[in-house]
Ligand binder design. Structure first.
Ligand code: ADP
Ligand code: MG
Length: 815
């Protein structure tokens, strides 16, 4: 935080002022010198250390205090482009220092622009997970310790209100997409009009399906004129992605493209082929053999993580076990990351929430117990070890059915991996112990069942069917290996739904991996589901399925995959709804079928059709059902009392009669059909059918496109207006509240710059060159005096008539 106004003796004041002026002048000279050096910087010269770069003194000292001296490859190449304000697509292996490659330009560019608190938000950094956002923020604090910017961390899991109060004053924000959008939509004092830089760390992940809507909405709020920087070890090159971000002639900085491998050279990578039912035994044996190591074990879902953690913890392996997944509470997640970072020896069971970007120090092993969804995820998972010149080892467990398909993918992505075999005499089976434990402890058994179901689910929804072949997995044995008496029964959704599921597969597969995309999933679900009364009826009928499904698993085609003892443990709880998503009924009307249902219903009314001359007498077939013929339409079957009743209602029957033909009359009184065939000659005169059709299509396409653009523009305008109105209203409310209180001092308890990079207040050297906050206020508004009490008197005396007055008052109070 900026220092309070320096109290000095009145005599010394003028002397002090001139000193301050001198310092400020010197500071400005330094900045203009820096601007010149950046302009002159030759992008082609190879740079070795941070001191070769044209950096400001506060950044340079922050870097050296954090012990950063030599540049990594990506830093050497990307920072110069970043300093020059260019858009960047940065790609470099995991652990190669990409974070500094964007943080240094972010800080420097704002510094050179003499960014102050009054300029508002200057840079926005997006991260796919909370943990990564925290880590980026920490690094920003470290290297920016000598700067005066205020930086904030916006990741959810905290009270929105608390964050809202602070948002308006931030210069740099590190955030997760979901929470950011929430603020953009809801926080009155938060504006992004002045934004200079947008950074997407793990860009390909942020731009993929899970975040699509959120990120597009965020981008909609940001000014188009800005610098955009994208970084990832598996960088996106999709034109569509780049168009979404309106990148301007981006520089593609890929430092390891020519390398033999996509993974760090200090990483040893192995895989072992182990049938699914032996996985947990092998994992146990591995942990027992590596008690003096730091290991991350990746699993496919939060429930898998939970069960493995609980089950192995009960077996007391002799090393501390931790677990992390997206459904844990924020406090717990933070605890686990801190504990694992500090631990010398520990095993962390985790979902892909940990796969990207996290920089746990000195991880020895990365074990992938469940096969990752694709080679990119593999690269990020193993990237948690062998970071920045350290060594590391990784082992991938593959079921025989997964081996061929997945190895092909790895080879394609240039991942060097070697097969190892686990000696069977080194293996220790825990199956019996687990079964014993599950028998005694129903809660553990329940977790096991959940884990089993979520595993099967995760395999089922995978897109890559060459790798994930659910029918080839020995699921019954797998269930037993988890300590369960048999495979829980699961039904899979068929037909139309299955297709939809497939499209959703990505999100489903990531169900526990990321909280931020979870929120989006929920929205989508709400939007999409149009439930008919038949859906509800069948749902009611299948309430028992959940209990039943613990006994057998059913294939896509209705055949049994595995049999097992029927198990009626706990079956419904808070998580059950999620499983229920996955359950289906065998018969299901498609959405459009409701109409059909009604037809069938109403058609079947009795043959007492004498009342209606249009209704042909009903035939009775041998089974006793009657048929009614209506105006040459298909006969209606009448097989119930309800249908018979229907025949009595003319109104209802209208539905089943053919529609009349509308005629129009010309001047001579001749009747014509509404649409008559055109004369062939005339038609031909306008060119042949094909070109006419093409012309028509072209015309229509253009018309629709135009209409679409206009619609979108109108929508955007409306949204903006609405937001502006709301924000203005809220500002007015804030001001009114403040006025009611009468005592403006009362507001001074609000923390001024809550997330400000610490250390900035202690630096007296910089104090003079940049105005203190009180001074900044006086720069902006001479009306508001430096002395607070008199300020309150003056402002409260002013009459508030217009919205502008209110805004000025509010910003005066909060500034
Ligand atoms: P990436 O984002 O490429 O996976 P990070 O930015 O997380 O990599 O950096 C990985 C590790 O390397 C971090 O611990 C970081 O502190 C360290 N590091 C980055 N740059 C340097 C550097 N120039 N000198 C020394 N260590 C560095
Ligand atoms: Mg990173």
């Amino acid at each position: 935080m900026a220092p309070k106004a320096v109290k000095g003796k009145p005599k010394a004041k003028s002397h002090q002022d001139s000193g301050r002026l001198l310092k400020r002048k010197r500071g400005e000279e330094q900045i203009s010198d820096l601007v010149k050096r950046v302009e002159e910087l030759d992008i082609k010269t190879s740079l070795k250390s941070f001191s070769d770069l044209p950096l400001s003194e506060p950044t340079a000292s922050g870097l050296s205090a954090s012990h950063y001296k030599t540049l990594t490859d990506i830093q050497a190449r990307a920072i110069s482009h970043g300093l020059k304000g260019r858009d960047i697509l940065g790609a470099a292996k995991t652990g190669s220092g990409k974070t500094l490659a964007f943080l240094v330009p972010v800080i420097e560019n704002l510094y050179r622009k003499k960014w102050t608190e009054l300029d508002g938000l200057g840079a926005l950094i997006l991260s796919p997970t909370r943990e990564l956002a925290i880590q980026i923020f920490e690094q920003l604090r470290k290297i920016g310790r000598n700067h005066h910017f205020s930086a904030g961390l916006i990741i959810g899991g905290k009270s929105l209100r608390e964050e809202q109060e602070r948002m308006g004053r931030m210069n740099i924000l590190v955030c997760t997409p979901g929470r950011m959008l929430q603020h953009l939509d809801q926080t009155a004092m938060f504006e992004t009009n002045n934004l200079q830089m947008l950074v997407l760390d793990e860009a390909d992940r942020i731009l993929d399906m899970g975040f699509q809507k959120t990120v597009d909405a965020i981008i909609d709020h940001l000014p188009k004129q800005r610098q955009t920087m994208l970084f990832s070890a598996t960088q996106t090159k999709k034109v569509g992605d780049l168009a979404r971000l309106s990148l301007q002639d981006p520089e593609y900085v890929s430092v390891h493209e020519a390398a033999d491998a996509a993974t760090p050279s200090t990483l040893q990578q192995h895989y072992t082929v182990i049938p699914l039912p032996q996985k947990i035994d092998t994992l146990w044996s591995f942990i027992r053999a590596n008690l003096k190591a730091k290991t991350i074990v990746f699993l496919s879902s939060g429930k898998q993580v939970r069960y493995c953690y609980e089950a192995l913890r009960h077996l007391q392996p002799g090393i501390s076990l931790l677990h992390l997944h997206g459904r844990q509470k924020q406090g717990g997640r933070l605890d686990v990351t801190t504990k694992f970072s500090q631990a010398q020896h520990a095993v962390l069971f985790a979902t892909d929430v940990v796969a990207r970007g996290l920089d746990f120090p000195a991880v020895d092993w990365v074990i992938q117990l469940d096969c990752p969804e694709d080679a990119d995820t593999y690269i990020h998972r193993v990237g948690r070890t062998a970071r920045y010149e350290r060594v590391g080892r990784a082992v991938l467990f593959l079921d025989p059915s997964e081996e061929k398909g997945f190895l092909k993918q790895l080879e394609h992505k240039k991942v060097p991996i070697v097969r190892i075999n686990i000696k069977s005499n080194k293996q220790h089976s825990v199956k019996n112990q687990l079964q014993n434990m599950c028998f005694k402890d129903p809660e553990l058994k329940y977790l096991g069942q959940k884990a089993f179901i979520s595993y099967v689910k995760s395999i089922y929804v995978q897109k890559d069917k060459e790798v994930f072949k659910i029918k080839e997995l020995p699921l019954e044995e797998y269930a037993q290996s988890l300590g369960l008496p048999g495979a829980p029964r699961i039904k899979f959704i068929k037909g139309e739904d299955a297709k939809e599921r497939k499209n959703e597969s990505w999100r489903m597969a990531h169900m526990s991996s990321d909280d931020d995309s979870d929120a989006e999933k929920k929205n989508k679900k709400d939007e999409k589901e149009v439930r008919t009364r038949y859906d509800r009826m069948f749902e009611r009928r299948n309430q028992g399925v959940l209990a039943e499904h613990y006994s057998k698993l059913i294939n896509d085609d209705g055949t049994m995959v595995a049999t097992g003892t029927k198990d009626t443990g706990k079956d419904v709880d808070d998580e059950a709804d999620e499983d229920a998503d996955f359950l289906s009924v065998k018969r299901r009307f498609a959405a459009g079928d409701e109409e059909l249902g009604q037809k069938v219903d109403s058609a079947g009314s009795g043959s007492d059709s004498d009342s209606d001359s249009d209704v042909e007498p009903a035939d009775k077939d041998t089974t006793g059902t009657k048929k009614v013929l209506l105006d040459g339409q298909d006969p209606l079957l009448i097989d119930s009392k309800r249908r018979e009743k229907l025949l009595k209602s003319k109104k209802k029957l209208l539905k089943f009669k053919g529609k009349g033909t509308k005629l129009v009359y010309d001047d001579e009184g001749n009747a014509h059909e509404m649409y008559e065939m055109e004369d062939e000659e005339m038609f031909k005169a306008r060119g042949d059918a094909k070109t006419q059709r093409e012309k028509f299509l072209e015309g229509e396409t253009e018309r629709t496109r135009q209409a679409d653009i206009e619609d979108k523009e109108v929508m955007r305008e409306k949204r903006r207006e609405k937001k502006e109105k709301r924000k203005a209203r809220e500002r007015a409310e804030i001001a009114a509240e403040a006025e009611e209180e009468g005592d403006f001092q009362g507001l001074s308890h609000l923390p001024h710059v809550p997330f400000e990079i610490p250390g900035s207040d202690s630096e007296s050297g910089e104090q003079e060159s940049r105005p203190s906050k009180k001074q900044r206020v006086s720069f902006a508004d001479k009306e508001i005096d430096e002395e607070k009490p008199s300020k309150s008197k003056k402002t409260s005396g002013k009459s508030i008539e217009t919205l502008g007055d209110l805004e000025a008052l509010a910003s005066g109070l909060l500034g």
